[in-house]
Ligand binder design. Sequence first.
Ligand code: ZN
Length: 144
Amino acid sequence: MNCPLCTRVSHTLENQYPYLIFEFENSYLYLGEHQFYRGYSVLVTKEHFREMTDLPEVKREALFKEMMKAHLALEKVFRPKKMNMCSLGNVVDHVHWHFFPRYANDPDFKNPPWLQMHLFDSAKVSPQERDELIKIIKAQLLSL
Ligand SMILES: [Zn+2]
């Protein structure tokens, strides 16, 4: 298995990936390993699909609802000025959606979050903060 997100999914199934926030029917929501943008999270499909158009229509529509739930929960918890959702897949071609909450005090607000990518590793989340954020986001998802 050469896909890092398929590997992550199998680690999740073995309870070996501690960034899991929530399990949906078709996807997992993970907290980002860095929190350069506070609340940064990633939604990953359980199965390996290369493109959104590769999902059977029923699953695609269900995934969209899962994306919206994730979005809403992150919005309620972090109150960003704007949510950036990105799905690229040029590096890892397994359907996944990045959620980058963007804030009013962001000095580079009008630009894509990737322009700050070189700084992401400087904002690695501590295990304690990770567990606290996961708890808050999960509680919000359960209350939707
Ligand atoms: Zn994969």
